[in-house]
Ligand binder design. Structure first.
Ligand SMILES: Nc1ncnc2c1ncn2[C@@H]1O[C@H](COP(=O)(O)OP(=O)(O)O)[C@@H](O)[C@H]1O
Ligand SMILES: [Mg+2]
Length: 265
């Protein structure tokens, strides 16, 4: 059974604006799945539909379903969804800057015993000594990369079976992006499933087992990481390799351009 299954999902904001239509995707237990696509494609909306955060943004699932281990999450409150084993790192890090590093980590622990929380804290302080050294200081003083590690560690304090990451590489230096990648791999080695939303296709495709490309609220392509890395259009538009239709702004446009070229020639 799939860990996560989105079936024919449609999401509407403010009762009128449809931003997702017919979105279906799965994450198997222990799998890293990438969700790629340009700005405005609907990636963050997809994650909100999973974590129950659409309400906050006046959004609603109008068709389809979100199932976790076969059970529908639709209509469930965000804390209940975390309790089921789904944890998210939101876009833009979202650490609590005025709280200390340790308070941030504790905020991520979900109904764990004191001893377990203590063990988890020690684990993260060992893994990232800088978090240990600064455990009593406001998290806002950490560097961007350190804040991202803290945000991921915080999400892992609830021991999720599925971790959702929304553009974890955004705004980080290449060295830090590599560190984030290594951490994702490490988490996955423990059996945690990962849905990795990224505009950085090179990073995501170097990590994931499978991926989906989203444009205009629809899945336009999916495949294994290898198949996507070798897809001409993904190479051209998302990986910036190859030449030719560099003016095209999307996967769809490239496809359209190609078809027209074939037709004209
Ligand atoms: N609260 C909202 N109300 C109305 N439209 C929204 C809201 N949030 C996002 N959108 C729109 O939905 C579309 C998808 O946005 P989003 O899911 O954030 O895309 P992505 O994460 O891929 O950049 C965009 O056109 C965006 O403007
Ligand atoms: Mg987004």
């Amino acid at each position: 059974m799939a860990l996560l299954e989105l079936a024919n999902l449609e999401v509407v904001y403010h009762g009128v604006v449809r931003v997702l239509s017919g979105v279906s995707l799965t994450v198997a237990p222990g799998e890293i799945v990438a969700l790629l696509g340009p700005n405005g494609a609907g990636k963050t909306t997809t994650l909100r539909a999973i974590t129950g955060l659409l309400d906050l943004h006046e959004g609603k699932i109008t068709k389809g379903d979100v199932r976790f281990r076969g059970e529908s999450l639709a209509g469930m409150h965000p804390p209940a969804i975390v309790g089921r084993g789904v944890s998210q790192v939101m876009e833009g890090r979202r650490i609590l800057g005025e709280l200390t590093v340790e308070e941030n980590l504790r905020a991520g622990a979900h109904r764990a015993s004191r001893a377990e929380i203590k063990r988890d804290l020690e684990r993260w302080y060992t893994r990232f000594p800088v978090l240990g050294e600064r455990r009593g200081r406001p998290a806002g003083y950490l560097s961007g990369g350190e804040q991202q590690m803290l945000a991921i560690a915080r999400a892992l304090m609830s021991h999720p079976e599925l971790l959702l990451l929304d553009e974890p590489s955004l705004g980080l230096a290449p060295k830090i992006v590599a560190d984030v990648g290594a951490l994702v791999r490490e988490i996955n080695t423990d059996g945690t499933g990962v849905l990795l939303v990224e505009q950085n296709a090179a990073m995501a495709l170097s990590l994931c087992h499978r991926g989906y490309v989203m444009e205009g609220g629809q899945i336009v392509l999916d495949g294994t990481a290898e198949a996507l890395r070798e897809d001409d259009d993904v190479r051209e538009f998302y990986l910036g390799l190859g030449g030719g239709e560099a003016d095209a702004r999307s996967y769809r446009e490239v496809k359209h351009y190609r078809r027209r070229k074939r037709w004209l020639s």
